[in-house]
Ligand binder design. Structure first.
Ligand SMILES: *Cc1c(COP(=O)(O)O)cnc(C)c1O
Length: 363
């Protein structure tokens, strides 16, 4: 069975990526250089409406440096979802600021603007929504809340390359936005992250922080880190960027196929104004989700994933007891089915048949 398992995710690396890496290795210049500069420019033009981008060593590094560049530090509070990958709140905490967890909209799984507003205090410096699963958060309402209270707006766009909200690309709303380039994301550079910046000051600050605070060698202006991207990784990322649009179209077609065929589970909704890029295709299984996922794998050879099983505030690393009912319900019910662009038609049919058979048996 495992030999024919439909995988939940599958990074697509082809000959062009291999050739690009080989070209960089042969050049003898493999650290940050011209490939990184070209990747930054191409990413900016293709995905964030020309906002300047700074490439870094991971998505998490991008969040951390973006927060530092925006002036976030001890004494500040940053409102984040609890229903996300731990990197969102971790990066806030590592600046010395306090992540404040707010509840989500049960339809989009993204931050609920009214919950954000209710969480604002005198110390609130910013709100950082996550465009979870590739569905944009309600940036109109969140920007309104941020403006009304004089706080900054950031974006964790790790899962949302190419998504748009009311025609505007995600990553073009916040003071900064981070895109992850980890292998399971919609495109990859191996490891890597891209920070889209709203102002030239943010660009320069992120550039300094990623390189020990240096613009001119050995004239360190601020305290920084080494979070540079290598030209090897950028070369992979540039090839992947060229393939992203077609992959996103395939993800959309796969999602449409699943939504048309699935019966007995709660399929995802795309709200008005949103263009979803289907990093994940996430259904709700209201009872015994884990048993359902196990049976899906064992009886039907269909892989799936739970993103995320534990609210971030309740992780041992934060250890908070909070009442976030929609977050808790989502953690108990969500199940992400294969939607990646490498799926064959047969595999898509298998996903639908497996889910429907189990849903019927359980009903
Ligand atoms: C993947 C991810 C990150 C972190 O990105 P890395 O490149 O793995 O460091 C942050 N936030 C979210 C929502 C993610 O999915």
């Amino acid at each position: 069975m495992s030999a024919q398992m439909v995988p939940a995710a599958k990074p697509l690396i082809g000959d062009e990526e291999r050739e690009a890496v080989d070209r960089v290795l042969r050049s003898g210049m493999i650290a940050q250089g011209p490939e990184v500069a070209a990747f930054e420019q191409e990413f900016a033009d293709q995905l964030v409406g020309g906002r300047s981008c700074v490439a870094v060593s991971s998505g998490t590094a991008g969040l951390h440096l973006g927060l530092l560049a925006a002036g976030i530090g001890p004494g500040d509070e940053v409102i984040v979802p609890s229903f996300t990958f731990a990197a969102t709140a971790n990066s806030v905490a590592l600046t010395g600021a306090t992540p404040v967890f707010a509840d989500i909209d049960p339809v989009t799984f993204c931050l609920e603007p009214s919950a954000v507003e209710a969480a604002i205090t005198e110390r609130t410096a910013a709100v950082m929504p996550v465009h979870l699963y590739g569905h944009p958060a309600d940036m109109t309402s969140l920007a309104e809340v941020a403006q009304r209270h004089g706080i900054q707006l950031f974006e964790d766009a790790a899962q949302a390359h190419g998504a748009t909200w009311q025609g505007r690309p995600v990553g073009a709303f916040g003071t900064f936005a981070m895109f992850s380039l980890y292998p399971t994301k919609n495109m990859t550079s191996g490891e890597g992250g891209m920070v889209a910046c709203a102002t030239p000051e943010m660009v320069r600050s992120v550039q300094l922080l990623r390189n020990q605070g240096m613009e001119r060698r050995y004239e360190n202006e601020v305290v920084g880190l080494n979070q540079r991207m290598t030209d090897v990784h950028a070369a992979i990322g540039r090839v992947q960027l060229g393939k992203l649009h077609a992959w996103t179209e395939q993800r959309r077609a796969n999602a449409a196929f699943l939504s048309a065929g699935l019966d007995g589970v709660v399929v995802p909704t795309v709200v008005a104004g949103a263009e979803h890029v289907w990093h994940q295709y996430t259904v709700r299984v209201p009872s015994d989700r884990d048993g359902f996922a196990a049976a899906l794998a064992q009886e039907h050879g269909v892989g799936s994933g739970v993103y995320y099983p534990i609210p971030n505030h309740a992780l041992p690393s934060f250890g908070l007891t909070l009442g976030l009912p929609e977050t808790e319900r989502a953690c108990a019910e969500v199940l992400s089915l294969p939607v990646h662009p490498a799926l064959s038609e047969r595999e898509l049919h298998r996903v639908v048949e497996g889910v429907n058979a189990l849903a019927k048996a359980g009903a």
